[in-house]
Design a binder for this molecule. Sequence first.
Ligand SMILES: C[S@@+](CC[C@H](N)C(=O)[O-])C[C@H]1O[C@@H](n2cnc3c(N)ncnc32)[C@H](O)[C@@H]1O
Length: 319
Amino acid sequence: MVKFSSYKKKIQQEGLAFDKQVHFRHKKGLIPDLRRLKKNYYFYNNPWRDPEFFKIQWMGIIQKILGIVNKKKQSKVLEIGCGTGFLSLEIARFGHQVTGIDVSKYSILEAKKYASKQINKKIKKRLNYHACDANEVMLEEKFDFLIFYRSLHHFANIPKLFKNLNKFTKRNCKIIVCEPMRQNFERKNAIFANLLRMTCQTWQSYEKKIPNKGINYKFIRNNEKQVLNEYKYKSNKKKYTQSPMDNSIDDPIRLIKELRKFYKINKIEYFDAFIDKLIGGLRGKDRLKLAKFLKEFDNYLIKERILKGTTLFFSGNKK
Ligand SMILES: C[S@@+](CC[C@H](N)C(=O)[O-])C[C@H]1O[C@@H](n2cnc3c(N)ncnc32)[C@H](O)[C@@H]1O
């Protein structure tokens, strides 16, 4: 009984944390539509800062997701943890019927508002949003695709989640998962990230990042530790995750093991060794060229198995 109520409380806090974040981002002018992205200088090192950074960092993966879904026409798609619905909307534009669910009431309100005001009626009809906990959701239809885009790492009990969601998936349902797996950000990743942050033109001036006095072993090591904690969303004093359920699962091996109980693997790929908190922070007139180079270099280091990727891309078929 105690366990149950503490879970309820956590889930409520989870929703509230994202209500707050989304409300703030909305006030800062973020539009949940990939076709209407604008520069947004509220973000200092996040790719949402500039549509061009977003394209370089995320469009490859989004195209992959669309490529898989678009192999079938007019599918029924369930997106879990859809936030304000930018991915659900994009999928609906290709003719699919999309249901997005999220525990953040404000996110769902924003998604609904945007769907009703900003997009044409045909597309609006294809979108359905519900504010609820995916562990306990009850739906009336069955789906061809189940999608998690940066949300599955907020679920602590994967078997419980899939036992519930399996009730609403068709026999040949496909799953697509794209998740940050922060355990993969290791010391080697931090060394590269630290070096690039210090040497590239970024949101911090060289004056600030490289003091005249005091560059020594300790300075470099301290910076590296800071970078490590930042990428892992941890600090020495406290956790500074986005919400209480953030990083509930951050080990890709464990996640894949859990997913394989329910889904046969089609593809596993990794991205983002160091690029995540750097790309949106690049500055200077050549920042986009540099961003493209660093993105490719990041892919290269993962392919060569020099660094681990911290974004897991998984696609599979229901067993
Ligand atoms: C990091 S955000 C990603 C949101 C969106 N996919 C995006 O990329 O902008 C994680 C999302 O998962 C949602 N979430 C967390 N736990 C959930 C749950 N139990 N049921 C439904 N949604 C949940 C959060 O409210 C949040 O919107």
